[in-house]
Ligand binder design. Structure first.
Ligand code: HXC
Length: 261
């Protein structure tokens, strides 16, 4: 499949999706969101080959500077609803991907860009990264899930402050707020993300997929229900080849050879 606004490469079990509109600071329009969705479908269709996904932005300045404001400025309410729904579908698909997803935030992650990063499991940043939800400067509110994912990630009061003020956080402030994990030099960012991705990709894929599912689902469930989900997933693994291989490998003092899920 060929893409215009993104690139998609797979190496060593890790897929790298790069939003590639550097002249517009990688802003998300309908075509770009659609291509992101298509690349995620490719990742989902090849679970044996793609065991982790990294998202990043092309160029030195931006991860993704938000939804494309020029395109948005032409929308009426019905089209804006469709655009938000496309963003929700795309980011929901990213969040639901059965493999681990990592945002490598190399620059501005504003508005829809911050929302894209938050739909990933793990976020690493370069010291040039800037995070924010500046929609109120445009007379808008976050529309790709930011009002909800931000409060789940950083807590309600911090999320309110970020969204009400539209303030942009540097990488250190973003890390302190819980928006990203490690902050590294720009030239080290992709390798840092790839090293984490390769490490995670070497673990049992069925276990990873289930961990991700029960943790995400459980975050929005009462604890007893969430623990039920954990028990069911834990027990289910005992019927599959992966856990047998993992435990046998430990007992035989050899590395595990996990089958594709
Ligand atoms: C379209 C964008 C853009 C965006 C930047 N550009 N951000 N185009 N949509 N979100 C374009 C600029 O128009 C400019 O094009 C070029 O990229 C370079 O940007 P500059 O502004 O010249 O760069 P700089 O002065 O360094 O400022 C960088 C910046 C600023 C701080 C990131 O560009 C900025 O504030 N961008 C908007 C950020 C934002 O508000 N994002 C939230 C969008 S709303 P030209 O042609 O002039 O060179 C959103 C809602 C999501 O995301 C939900 C929708 C349902």
């Amino acid at each position: 499949m060929s893409f215009q606004n993104i690139t998609w490469e797979v190496a060593d079990g890790v897929g790298t999706l790069t939003v590639n509109r550097p002249k517009q600071l990688n802003a998300l329009d309908v075509a770009t969101l659609t291509e992101i969705g298509q690349a995620l479908e490719l990742a989902r269709a090849e679970p044996g080959q793609v065991r982790a996904v990294i998202l990043t932005g092309a160029g030195e300045k931006a991860f993704v500077a938000g939804a494309d404001i020029a395109a948005m400025s032409r929308l009426g309410p019905a089209e804006a609803s469709d655009f938000a729904a496309l963003g929700h579908r795309t980011l929901d698909a990213l969040e639901a991907l059965p493999v681990v997803t990592i945002a490598a935030v190399n620059g501005f992650a504003l508005g829809g860009g911050c929302e894209l990063a938050m739909a990933c499991d793990l976020v690493y940043a370069s010291d040039k990264a800037r995070f924010g939800q500046p929609e109120v400067n445009l007379g808008l509110i976050p529309g790709f899930g930011g009002t909800q994912r931000l409060l789940r990630r950083v807590g309600l009061m911090r999320a309110k402050e970020m969204i009400f003020s539209g303030e942009v956080y540097d990488a250190a402030a973003a890390r302190a707020a819980g928006l990203c994990l490690d902050v590294v030099a720009p030239e080290k960012l992709l390798e840092h993300a790839r090293a984490k991705a390769r490490l995670i990709a070497s673990r049992g894929p069925a276990a990873l997929a289930l961990c991700k599912k029960v943790m995400q689902r459980g975050a929005d469930q009462p604890l007893p229900q969430a623990l039920d989900g954990e028990r069911t997933a834990f027990a289910g693994l005992f019927g599959g080849a992966e856990a047998k291989e993992g435990m046998a490998a430990f007992l035989e003092k050899r590395p595990a050879r996990f089958p594709a899920p």
